[in-house]
Design a protein around this ligand. Structure first.
Ligand SMILES: Cc1cc2nc3c(=O)[nH]c(=O)nc-3n(C[C@H](O)[C@H](O)[C@H](O)COP(=O)(O)OP(=O)(O)OC[C@H]3O[C@@H](n4cnc5c(N)ncnc54)[C@H](O)[C@@H]3O)c2cc1C
Length: 348
């Protein structure tokens, strides 16, 4: 391989990109034949945007992820990261989980050919993928997209938006609100519950209006599986919601079904809005493909082109027939265990 031509390229260095690099090396791909592309190498949104978020995953699952690949070089016996001191059944701030991931990233960067930059376009020709960056082009026989996702916005023009990343940082959210503000929060997800809690308990605001569509859903833990593992509230968000949403509504909180008519009548009363209504994948234009449709059981987008992470989650039907999209560090690792044998044989 020369400096611009590789067997594998992994685009994105969030948790999914980290897992992909670890698994490729574990499967015997020579690290020198892997290029890893990211603008920052700071553990993606997980490490830069959601640090102050209380996890929905228990500490034990994060530890399992760190130890899942030999290439990570994570040894619990010698590690002195704060997460190692926490009880495995507890949750933690995401920054506590991001700390070892930063260290793992540095280890992996030293093994593979890391390129700091943004992939701008992909094109398949001569049975290899051409990856266009701002100042260079690299080639790879196989590409894994682990590019993450942006929070969706409803973009109501009458209210000022507080971005989800600001809303999920309690200090930044408090600084974005004033005591005369009526704040609209759209959604009933884990993020929405954490934001409601911060607004009501830490911020000076006049009122909070939560626009929602469906009843709250809670994850339920059984010995060998979790009901509503990917859509149910967990940890601190679940505890708070049971008391304050399904229990007694705080006096400053009003909840309104997000029907068009309700929004038309009530949103004009709000000064600012926060949208916790899901995510949309970050796209890289692929010449000859107008959208990045992918198979959500195998991760295949095209020959030699695969997707992983929050942008390309695995679809799974639980034992009661509910379809869920699996998003989370350990789930990315489990997905790779299923699909990597296929990916290794599905080159361009
Ligand atoms: C609020 C919140 C709480 C969460 N809590 C948990 C939790 O408790 N436990 C858990 O396991 N999971 C949790 N998740 C889910 C998931 O683990 C995170 O969303 C995680 O950040 C997804 O990892 P990723 O690698 O897919 O994407 P990201 O972390 O977003 O990383 C994507 C990377 O790709 C880079 N990139 C994008 N486009 C390009 C390009 N064109 N070229 C080069 N690089 C590019 C980005 O800059 C970024 O560095 C949470 C998610 C959210 C939003």
């Amino acid at each position: 391989m020369n400096n611009s031509s590789f067997e594998w390229a992994v685009i994105g260095a969030g948790p999914a990109g980290i897992a992909a690099i670890g698994k490729l090396i574990e499967k015997g791909v020579n690290a020198e034949n892997i290029t890893w592309i990211d603008p920052e190498f700071k553990v993606g949104d997980f490490g830069t945007r959601w640090q102050k978020v209380s996890s929905n995953t228990r500490v034990g699952l994060f530890l399992k992820f760190f130890e899942a690949c030999e290439a990570f070089q994570y040894d619990p016996a010698t590690s002195d990261f704060a997460i190692q001191q926490l009880a495995p059944e507890k949750t933690c701030l995401l920054d506590v989980a991001a700390e070892p991931l930063r260290w793992i990233t540095e280890n992996l960067k030293n093994k593979v050919h890391a390129i700091r930059g943004k992939a701008q376009q992909l094109k398949l020709s001569n049975r290899q993928w051409e990856i266009l960056l701002a100042n260079k082009t690299v080639y790879a026989k196989n590409v894994i997209l682990a590019t993450g996702a942006e929070p969706k916005s409803l973009l109501f023009p009458s209210v000022e938006e507080i971005h989800l990343a600001t809303a999920l940082d309690p200090d930044k959210l408090a600084a974005s609100c004033s005591e005369t503000d009526v704040i609209a929060v759209f959604g009933s997800s884990h993020s929405a519950m954490l934001i409601l809690r911060t607004l009501l308990e830490k911020c000076q605001v006049k009122k909070v209006i939560n626009f929602y569509l469906s009843p709250l859903r809670y994850a339920v833990y059984f010995d060998d599986w979790i009901l509503f593992d990917d859509t149910g509230l967990k940890g601190m968000a679940a505890d708070w919601a049971r008391i304050n949403i399904n229990g007694k509504l705080p006096t400053k909180l009003e909840r309104i079904i997000a029907h068009e008519e309700n929004i038309r009548l009530t949103l004009p009363l709000c000064d600012k809005a926060i949208y916790a209504v899901g995510f949309q994948k970050r796209l890289i234009p692929v010449e000859g493909m107008h959208s990045l449709e992918y198979n959500d059981r195998s991760g295949i987008i095209a020959p030699g082109l695969f997707g992983l992470g929050i942008a390309f989650p695995e679809a799974k039907i639980d034992r009661y027939g509910t379809l869920e999209y699996r998003v989370g560090l350990w789930k990315f690792m489990e997905y790779l265990n299923h699909v990597m044998p296929i990916w290794l044989k599905y080159g361009a």
